[in-house]
Design a protein around this ligand. Structure first.
Ligand SMILES: Cc1cc2nc3c(=O)[nH]c(=O)nc-3n(C[C@H](O)[C@H](O)[C@H](O)COP(=O)(O)O)c2cc1C
Length: 200
């Protein structure tokens, strides 16, 4: 099956480090892989409203919600390219993921069944030198993939503060070269991984 990569960029500025790094990784994809880029900050979703216990969500028929839902359903691979903001996902990305909760409960969509088995990836840039401060972002994406029954390809991290800095992070650029080449395993919650290690 032809792979269709959806790159969702979540910086609040143009030409940021996260997108630069994501584009370096995307450059390595085979020529027959489809790629689509959508800038979440410039395609803002409405504020998410939790209707779970009131009424059904309805399928969006227009605007950015429809665009992003249709693009999400069509993708075999979803790449969340979010800068590290306060140690986690940026607001445009977080709002997009909140909308998954509505799409999960939209009659006729089969959102979870459609995404199950597909792959979630992450790319992030951060100013901090110690990469483990990005663990909350990595955990949010891993656990979201586990909840959805998706594969998780991990998060490509790069260092930088002002736009362009990440191009001096040679280790990140090296990791970008092979990032999408790996076979992503099914995501597991951390407690499932612990059980797997200790099981006889
Ligand atoms: C609102 C905000 C929050 C940030 N929080 C963090 C943070 O928690 N840890 C960190 O290392 N860098 C943080 N930074 C720095 C950015 O992660 C860094 O500048 C990154 O290169 C931005 O990505 P971009 O160039 O793709 O926009 C923050 C920047 C902003 C604007």
């Amino acid at each position: 099956m032809t792979r269709r990569f959806l790159f969702l960029t979540g910086s609040t500025r143009l030409d940021g480090n996260t997108e630069l790094l994501a584009r370096r990784a995307a450059d390595q994809l085979p020529a027959d892989v489809e790629r689509r880029w959508i800038d979440l900050a410039r395609h803002p979703l409405p504020e998410f409203e939790d209707l779970r216990h009131d009424s059904d969500h309805t399928r969006p028929t227009e605007g950015n919600a429809r665009l992003l839902l249709d693009a999400t359903l069509a993708a075999t691979d979803i790449v969340i390219a979010s800068p590290l903001y306060w140690y986690t996902l940026s607001t445009p990305v977080k709002r997009y993921l909140d909308h998954w909760s509505g799409w999960l409960r939209t009659p006729g969509l089969d959102f979870k069944a459609t995404l199950a088995g597909r792959t979630l990836w992450g790319v992030t840039a951060l100013a901090h030198e110690e990469r483990e401060v990005a663990d909350p972002l990595i955990g949010a994406l891993n656990n979201s993939a586990a909840y959805m029954g998706m594969r998780f390809g991990g998060v490509l991290l790069g260092n930088g503060s002002k736009p362009g800095d990440v191009l001096r992070d040679t280790e990140a650029l090296t990791r970008a070269k092979t990032f999408f080449a790996r076979e992503a395993p099914f995501a597991r919650f951390p407690y499932e991984q612990a059980e797997a290690v200790t099981a006889p």
